[in-house]
Design a protein around this ligand. Structure first.
Ligand code: ADP
Length: 446
């Protein structure tokens, strides 16, 4: 490398030095023939001429550098010819790589534009850097007109704005844009650089329609089954309570039938509750909920369910939240009932309610059988059970945690699960700060 550089320098300088030496020799010859003054004049004139030529080339170079195009690289003589040839080569290499880069970018954009998903590039302030035509269609924006504008100023749906500014993108948002209510959109955000994110939009109208049909079907079937089951249950209770003489076998059969009918009833109630929670139409009826009071009611129910087999403790801060009391009670009740059912006799169950930095949290801690990590992400799926027979034996429907998850979704909260197999679990319900009644927040700050 170093020797190459030396060679190049020699190629540029040596011919110029030779030319200077020849001129020097001519000047010396003239000096000897016509006197020193003539030799000196000749040398001065030739050097001045060379200076003018060099200045000319320098100005050519300066002008070209101002607009360095491949077709206008100047021609030169001697060392300048070598310099201009090198400039030409380096410029050509730059032009070729720029063209390749542009081609690649163009191909990349064309590929992204052809995707069935909408893709948007946004910066940290949610300003649109680029988007494909599908994203324009989904969000009703235009790249030409809206580039550089804040996405949340253009799509003003409160759910969308809350999601985009929440900074929590674990689950995609599914919403109906206010401008086009017949259209259902799923939005996911991938933060791929500290100051940039990709927003992916997907038209899920058809999938949502199928899901709604499934929900309606389940709700209708559950509803239709409820009446006959109530009748069967009623007759079974009458039979069991009556003085009619029954032998032991018949009485046991009747008890079993009553028990199973009770389970079916429980299952139908849970299915109906889940359909109601999932339904877009059933708006969340909100009130101020005194969580300390609610927790003490849940603990009373839990005492009856545990029948003295577990130590039950509750530790609640005096804080109220905005939410639906019945739904919150059902969610916490489900967690506590699970804690009792999955904690062997002698274990303990602790309920906590406290304010945290970004909201408030109900914790249900148990010292039960725990859950292996691979099952945790699936626990909120309908009918997902780690141990089917244990769930059934203890009267589980397999829908409890699905109900909890939906109640939390309706309250813009979430369910967090931590568990160590054999040591116990903590199921926490987090509610956002906006749901905590102001008085409680200021008390925490004070
Ligand atoms: P189930 O009616 O079967 O309890 P859930 O939806 O309430 O249905 O819970 C789903 C599964 O999660 C349960 O079957 C059980 O395997 C597991 N699970 C829930 N709570 C606990 C807990 N406190 N300890 C251990 N496992 C639990």
């Amino acid at each position: 490398m170093a020797s190459e550089k030396l060679q190049l320098r020699a190629r540029l300088i040596v011919p110029a030095l030779i030319r200077l030496a020849i001129l020097g020799a001519i000047a010396l010859g003239l000096g000897l023939m016509f006197g020193a003054t003539a030799g000196l004049w000749f040398a001065v004139l030739v050097l001045a001429l060379l200076l003018v030529v060099y200045l000319g080339y320098l100005s050519l170079l300066g002008v070209w550098l101002d607009d360095p195009r491949l077709d206008t690289v100047p021609d030169g003589y001697g060392a300048w010819a070598e310099i201009f040839t090198r400039l030409y080569k380096s410029r050509r290499a730059t032009v070729v790589s720029e063209r390749k880069l542009l081609d690649n970018e163009e191909r990349f954009r064309r590929t992204i534009s052809a995707l069935p998903e909408g893709i948007l590039l946004v910066d940290a302030a949610l300003q649109i850097e680029w988007c494909n035509p599908e994203a324009e269609r989904h969000l009703g924006i235009s790249l030409k007109a809206d580039q550089g504008l804040r996405l949340t100023n253009l799509v003003r749906d409160p759910t969308f704005v809350a999601y985009m500014t929440s900074g929590r993108f674990v689950e995609p948002l599914v919403f109906r844009p206010l401008a086009r209510p017949a259209f259902v959109l799923s939005v996911a955000v991938i933060e791929f650089e500290p100051a940039r994110s990709i927003v992916i939009t997907h038209d899920v109208t058809q999938a949502e329609r199928v899901d709604a049909m499934r929900r309606d079907f389940v709700a209708n079937v559950s509803h239709e089954l409820r009446t006959p089951l109530t009748v069967v249950n009623g007759f079974l209770e009458t039979l069991l309570d009556s003085d009619m003489p029954l032998d032991d076998v018949r009485r046991r059969h009747l008890h079993l039938m009553h028990e199973q009918a009770g389970r079916m009833n429980h299952l139908i109630e849970d299915l109906l509750m889940l359909s109601r929670l999932e339904s877009q139409e059933s708006a969340l009826l909100e009130e101020d909920v005194d969580m300390g009071h609610l927790l003490s009611e849940v603990v009373d129910d839990a005492r009856a369910l545990s029948a003295g087999r577990h130590a039950l403790l509750a530790d609640a801060q005096p804080a109220r939240v905005r939410g639906n009391r019945e739904e919150l009670r059902s969610a916490i009740g489900n967690l506590v009932s699970n804690a009792i059912r999955y904690t062997p006799a002698g274990g303990s169950i602790r309920l906590t309610w406290r304010l945290v930095d970004d909201g408030a949290e109900v914790g249900v801690h148990d010292t039960g059988i725990g859950v292996a990590p691979e099952h945790i992400p699936r626990l909120t799926e309908r009918f997902y059970r780690v141990d089917k027979s244990r769930s059934r034996e203890t009267g589980g429907t397999g829908l409890g945690l699905a109900i909890v998850k939906h109640v939390m979704l309706r309250h813009q909260g979430r369910l967090d699960i931590e568990s160590v197999p054999g040591a116990g679990s903590t199921f926490s319900l987090w509610l956002p700060r906006a749901r905590v009644v102001a008085e409680a927040v200021s008390r925490k700050a004070a």
